[in-house]
Design a binder for this molecule. Structure first.
Ligand SMILES: [Zn+2]
Length: 201
C-alpha cells in the first residue's frame, strides 16, 4: 500500500473514464517525478474548473458565464435549437461553421433499457419548455448514430410533438457511420450530415 496522499490521488484518477488503477498509478508517479511545477499547474487548472465553470441556464453547456457566449449572441438564430448529448458534440458542430442557431445539451442519452423515469437527470423537460417559451421553429436532433441516440431521438420527437405539433424536427442526414461518436466525426462528414438533415414534417 502506498502512503495515503499517493493512494488518494491514485483513487481520484482511477475514477476518470478509461483510467484503470495501473494508469492512475502511472499518472501519480509521473507527477511525483515531474517536480513541483506540473502538479501545481494541474491543481490550479482543476481548482479554476470547479470555481469558474458553470452551467448555462438556457442551453446547459458548461461555460464561464451564464448565459453562455452562444446563447448571448444576438446574431445567432434564436428560433433554431440543435440538440446534442454532450458539450463536446456542440464543439464538433461549431467546428463545421455551418450552423448559426442555438443549442441544447441533454447531458447524456436515454438508456435503451431504462424506464422513462430514469431520464430525470437529462435536460429533456427543459428542452420541451424551451421549444414552447422561446417560440422555436426548428429542432435539429444531432445525436450519435447508434441505438441509444436513436432511442433518445424517438423519445424526444414524441415529447416535443405532443406539446407542439407545429414544430419542425429534423435529424442529421445518414452518412455518419452507424455506431460512431459524433464528437469524433470529421468536419466534412458532419457538415454534410447537417446540410442534408431530414425532417419528419
Ligand atoms: Zn447557453
Amino acid at each position: 500500500m502506498y502512503s495515503k496522499p499517493i493512494e488518494n490521488l491514485i483513487r481520484a484518477f482511477s475514477h476518470l473514464p478509461g483510467v484503470g488503477r495501473r494508469t492512475a498509478e502511472r499518472y501519480v508517479f509521473h507527477l511525483l517525478k515531474a517536480g513541483k511545477k506540473d502538479p501545481a499547474e494541474l491543481a490550479l487548472a482543476i481548482k479554476n474548473l470547479i470555481t469558474t465553470v458553470k452551467s448555462c441556464a438556457i442551453c446547459f453547456d458548461f461555460s464561464d458565464r451564464s448565459p453562455c457566449a452562444i446563447c448571448a449572441d444576438t446574431k445567432r438564430n434564436a428560433k433554431q435549437i440543435c440538440v446534442v448529448a454532450e458539450s463536446q458534440d456542440l464543439q464538433a458542430i461549431e467546428r463545421t461553421n455551418m450552423y448559426t442557431g442555438r443549442y441544447h445539451i441533454l447531458r447524456g442519452l436515454v438508456e435503451t433499457d431504462a424506464l422513462i423515469s430514469d431520464e430525470n437527470t437529462l435536460k429533456i423537460p427543459e428542452l420541451v419548455a424551451r421549444a414552447k417559451s422561446e417560440g422555436i421553429t426548428e429542432i435539429i436532433l444531432a445525436l450519435n448514430p447508434d441505438l441509444q441516440g436513436e432511442t433518445t431521438a424517438l423519445y424526444l420527437e414524441k415529447e416535443l410533438k405532443t406539446t407542439n405539433p407545429e414544430l419542425t424536427i429534423t435529424r442529421l442526414a445518414r452518412g455518419l457511420p452507424m455506431g460512431s461518436d459524433l464528437q469524433y466525426a470529421d468536419e466534412i462528414t458532419l457538415s454534410s450530415a447537417l446540410k442534408h438533415r431530414t425532417g419528419s414534417n
